[in-house]
Design a binder for this molecule. Sequence first.
Ligand SMILES: *[C@@H]1O[C@H](CO)[C@@H](O)[C@H](O)[C@H]1NC(C)=O
Ligand SMILES: *[C@@H]1O[C@H](CO)[C@@H](O)[C@H](O)[C@H]1NC(C)=O
Ligand SMILES: *[C@@H]1O[C@H](CO)[C@@H](O)[C@H](O)[C@H]1NC(C)=O
Ligand SMILES: *[C@@H]1O[C@H](CO)[C@@H](O)[C@H](O)[C@H]1NC(C)=O
Ligand SMILES: *[C@@H]1O[C@H](CO)[C@@H](O)[C@H](O)[C@H]1NC(C)=O
Ligand SMILES: *[C@@H]1O[C@H](CO)[C@@H](O)[C@H](O)[C@H]1NC(C)=O
Ligand SMILES: *[C@@H]1O[C@H](CO)[C@@H](O)[C@H](O)[C@H]1NC(C)=O
Ligand SMILES: *[C@@H]1O[C@H](CO)[C@@H](O)[C@H](O)[C@H]1NC(C)=O
Ligand SMILES: [Zn+2]
Length: 457
Amino acid sequence: VFIMKLLVILLFSGLMTGCRGNSSYSLPPKLLLVSFDGFRADYLQNYEFPHLQNFIKEGVLVEHVKNVFITKTFPNHYSIVTGLYEESHGIVANSMYDAVTKKHFSDSNDKDPFWWNEAVPIWVTNQLQENRSSAAAMWPGTDVLIHNTTPSYFMNYSISVSFEERVNNITTWLSNSNPPVTFATLYWEEPDASGHKYGPEDKENMRRVLKEIDDLIGYLVQKLKMLGLWENLNVIITSDHGMTQCSENRWINLDLCIDRSNYSLIDLSPVAAVLPKINITEVYEKLKNCSPHMNVYLKKDIPDRYYYQHNDRIQPIILVADEGWTIVLNKSSSKLGDHGYDNSLPSMHPFLAAHGPAFHKGYKYSTINIVDIYPMMCHILGLKPHPNNGTFSHTKCLLVDQWCINLPEAIGIVIGALLALTTLTCLIIIMQNRLSVPHPFSRLQLQEDDDDPLIDL
Ligand SMILES: *[C@@H]1O[C@H](CO)[C@@H](O)[C@H](O)[C@H]1NC(C)=O
Ligand SMILES: *[C@@H]1O[C@H](CO)[C@@H](O)[C@H](O)[C@H]1NC(C)=O
Ligand SMILES: *[C@@H]1O[C@H](CO)[C@@H](O)[C@H](O)[C@H]1NC(C)=O
Ligand SMILES: *[C@@H]1O[C@H](CO)[C@@H](O)[C@H](O)[C@H]1NC(C)=O
Ligand SMILES: *[C@@H]1O[C@H](CO)[C@@H](O)[C@H](O)[C@H]1NC(C)=O
Ligand SMILES: *[C@@H]1O[C@H](CO)[C@@H](O)[C@H](O)[C@H]1NC(C)=O
Ligand SMILES: *[C@@H]1O[C@H](CO)[C@@H](O)[C@H](O)[C@H]1NC(C)=O
Ligand SMILES: *[C@@H]1O[C@H](CO)[C@@H](O)[C@H](O)[C@H]1NC(C)=O
Ligand SMILES: [Zn+2]
């Protein structure tokens, strides 16, 4: 018997390693990470997305992704690919100033590696840890020499390259390159641009814009199917932040509170970064009571929950406008929608959908953090993650190779087990009563007779 058992175990382990060896040899896992800038989470509930809903039906959906403060484009895109809060990855705003080197950063002046080198994005790790390549279509930072490395295949940023061209080139790279492209990113500027222009409450315009987005998703999926990439490719569709309605009636004019000559303004709205030219305390005192719709923080007093303090690029004073309020310098702003506000506001959250062999089919989940995406992607690609602020277990329920029960399921299982046990006990009691009451002696005999074979089994 012992030898039989040993043989069975050997056979099974042989089969297991055989399978694993083959699959990892012939099919290295591949991942395409897609971002539609400014895709607010509840657009999914309030508008129709036939193509995206089909994608979700065969995959997973996370309804809210809690992003990082400040809820702006560059910082959140870098958190997705590093798993770090802004204070730890160093891209703390779309506009930055470094007092030591006197360098400036903006979305149109972003190519100096200095700004990016505080972290290692996943496309670099993918190329350095494994003999694999990465490809990128416009994701922020992918045209920068970060740690002396760009993706093997990338595009210099240009807003005028169409979505179709981005998709065509990225899918070409995914299909035929050696070493194989196993990680690719794709970025698109909408619905952010239209969200700013019309405001998210302009249903008519947003319906048109979001239908266009859905058609682009349809184009992407069709292209992947045509090229035979669809079945084996993992695809994540997500975003960096949401969008909220603004109004000319909700302006905070800094010129009414402080003379412009007293400070430099590094970033303006809805989170202003203020570098005082005179005594910091004096500037703080002037701004402190400037508006009831704006919080004013000395750097050391920025709330812990923002994880937005421990970096030299965060200025000595920051001003945080309330949702829907705009900080201005005595001039008009035509934005009807904006983002950047407190990251606990649902209007600031994006969503995440995913499809592919690594993901469950038809699974909905309420929320994860944006920094949790990075450890999940490393797991899918078999990469060792750099130290980060994400939690892998938050995403376990999305993945087919992980054991996970959520709370309702756990309660269901416990109740089910209790019900089954109760039913069984009742049955046994009833049977015992039936058997024991009319024939007390034969029951005893039966039990004696049954004992031996039971023990043998
Ligand atoms: C490995 O898997 C591929 C496709 O899944 C199959 O075609 C091939 O025969 C397998 N190789 C071995 C050695 O099992
Ligand atoms: C990007 O632009 C730089 C500088 O203009 C150029 O040297 C480089 O070849 C471009 N790279 C790609 C992939 O287009
Ligand atoms: C996409 O690929 C085509 C064909 O190789 C090439 O001509 C074009 O420049 C590429 N587009 C970008 C933005 O790199
Ligand atoms: C990586 O892949 C290239 C191209 O296939 C090959 O020439 C090289 O030897 C590989 N290096 C390692 C370390 O596997
Ligand atoms: C600061 O502003 C005040 C006016 O509020 C002005 O008198 C003063 O010169 C300014 N100081 C500097 C250093 O610009
Ligand atoms: C800044 O101003 C405050 C109050 O006006 C004063 O107590 C403090 O000494 C000043 N600090 C410097 C460095 O001038
Ligand atoms: C602010 O705007 C008002 C009205 O347009 C103008 O009178 C004033 O000079 C402006 N102040 C500054 C500092 O630009
Ligand atoms: C985030 O992760 C980095 C890297 O491990 C670490 O240095 C930092 O302390 C973490 N931040 C928090 C708030 O835990
Ligand atoms: Zn954005």
